[in-house]
Write a protein that binds this ligand. Structure first.
Ligand code: ZN
Ligand code: ZN
Length: 357
C-alpha cells in the first residue's frame, strides 16, 4: 500500500485500487472512492471542481453536504456513511472538530485504515467527544503536533472568555475566530451566559450558524452583522480574522476605522494559534487535539503504521517513532504554509509587527 499527499491524501492499494481523502483539486487519475472528512477549505477546496466533472463517488456526512451543497450539484454522487462501495466498507465517527466533521474507518482487503481528518479528543460545547478508533493503519492530522501546543482544559478557556467579555461589558468587543466550528460554539456560549450584551455574527459566518440550527443545534438569540454602523456600544462581534500575521497589533486601529468609532474596540483572538501571544484577549481555544492528545490517540490506535499530515507532521512522526518505537511517516503537504511550523520565524514576525505599531 502506498500513501502520499498531493492536494489531498492518496492511497494506492497493492491491487491498484485507489482512494482519495480530502481533495484540494481534481485528481489526475480516477479514484475508486473519494472521502471528505469535513467542510474546512484546507480539506475540501477541490469538492466543487470534482463535482462539476460528475464522475466520482464522494462520501461525506449529511451535515458536511448541508454546508457544501451550495457548490455541489450532482447529489446522486454523494454517499452518506456507512457505505459499501467498490470493495470498500466505510464507517464514519464524529471527530469533535466542527459541524459534520468525521473520522473515517475504511476496511479494504481485510485491513482497517483510520483517517482522523481534523479531530479534537475533547469535543466542544457543541460536538461530542470523538471515539478512540483502532486499526491497522492510522492517517492522522498533526496540526498541533508540537509540545509548545499543550492547551488548558476547554472549560477553563471558555470561562476566561466569559470573564473577559464581562470585564469589558461597556465596550465593543471584536473577536476573531474561524467561521465553522468556533463561531457556532462561541455564539452559543454567549447566548447562554446571560450577559445582557448584543451578539453580532459576521455575515460570512451567519450561513454556518443557520446550517447548524437546521440540523437541530440551538444557538439562541443573535444578530446578523451586515453593516458595522448597526453595532452599538457593549456589543460582542463574532468576526473573521483580519489577514495578517499578528492579530492584535494594528487591529484595534483598523477595526476602529472600519466601524467608524471614536474609541478603540477591544480585540480578542480565539484559536489554538493564540498560544503564540501573551496578549490580553488571546484565547487558545482549539478545535484540534493538542500535542499530548495527538500522541496518545496515535499510540492507542494500535496501528502498525502511522502517517501524519498538516502542521507539525514531521515533529509528531519523529516523536512517535523515538518515544514509542512506532513506524511513522510524515506526509509532506506542499501547499501548507511554511510559516505555521516555523516556530522561531513566527515569533520574530510577531515581534517585528509589534515594533511597527
Ligand atoms: Zn478543520
Ligand atoms: Zn485542517
Amino acid at each position: 500500500m502506498k500513501v502520499h499527499y498531493k492536494n489531498g491524501i492518496h492511497i494506492e492499494f497493492n491491487d491498484g485500487k485507489r482512494l482519495l481523502v480530502d481533495p484540494l483539486a481534481v485528481p489526475k487519475y480516477n479514484p475508486d472512492l473519494i472521502l471528505l472528512t469535513h467542510a474546512h477549505a484546507d480539506h475540501a477546496k477541490g469538492i466543487k471542481d470534482i463535482d462539476d466533472l460528475d464522475e466520482f463517488d464522494m462520501v461525506m456526512s449529511e451535515q458536511t453536504y448541508g454546508i457544501k451543497n451550495r457548490s455541489i450539484k450532482h447529489l446522486r454522487r454523494i454517499l452518506y456513511p456507512p457505505i459499501k462501495r467498490n470493495g470498500f466498507t466505510v464507517t464514519a465517527y464524529p471527530s469533535g472538530h466542527c459541524l459534520g466533521s468525521v473520522q473515517f474507518k475504511v476496511n479494504y482487503d481485510d485491513k482497517d485504515i483510520i483517517f482522523t481528518g481534523d479531530f479534537n479528543v475533547n469535543g466542544t460545547l457543541l460536538e461530542p467527544k470523538p471515539q478512540q478508533l483502532q486499526g491497522d493503519i492510522l492517517v492522522t492530522e498533526a496540526n498541533f503536533g508540537h509540545p509548545f501546543f499543550t492547551f488548558k482544559p476547554r472549560f477553563s478557556v471558555l470561562g476566561d472568555i466569559v470573564d473577559w467579555v464581562t470585564k469589558y461589558k461597556d465596550k465593543i468587543k471584536i473577536m476573531f475566530m474561524t467561521g465553522l466550528g468556533k463561531a457556532q460554539e462561541l455564539t452559543q456560549l454567549f447566548t447562554q451566559s446571560e450577559l445582557d450584551q448584543e451578539i453580532w455574527v459576521h455575515s460570512w459566518y451567519w450561513y454556518n450558524n443557520k446550517i447548524f440550527e437546521k440540523y437541530g443545534g440551538r444557538l439562541g438569540r443573535y444578530e446578523k452583522l451586515d453593516k458595522y454602523s448597526d453595532i452599538s456600544e457593549g456589543s460582542i462581534v463574532i468576526h473573521p480574522p483580519l489577514d495578517r500575521v499578528d492579530h492584535f497589533h494594528g487591529s484595534k486601529k483598523e477595526m476602529r476605522s472600519m466601524l467608524d468609532l471614536d474609541t478603540d474596540p477591544m480585540i480578542a483572538y480565539v484559536s489554538g494559534w493564540a498560544k503564540w501571544y501573551h496578549h490580553e484577549g488571546a484565547f487558545p481555544l482549539s478545535s484540534h487535539s493538542d500535542y499530548v492528545e495527538l500522541m496518545r490517540y496515535a499510540v492507542k490506535s494500535k496501528a502498525r503504521k502511522i502517517y501524519t499530515f498538516h502542521g507539525f507532521a514531521e515533529r509528531l512522526a519523529n516523536d512517535l517513532r523515538e518515544r514509542f518505537g512506532l513506524e511513522t511517516t510524515h506526509l509532506t503537504t506542499d501547499n501548507y504554509p511554511d510559516f505555521i511550523t516555523d516556530l522561531d520565524g513566527r515569533m520574530d514576525q510577531i515581534k517585528r509587527a509589534r515594533q511597527l505599531h
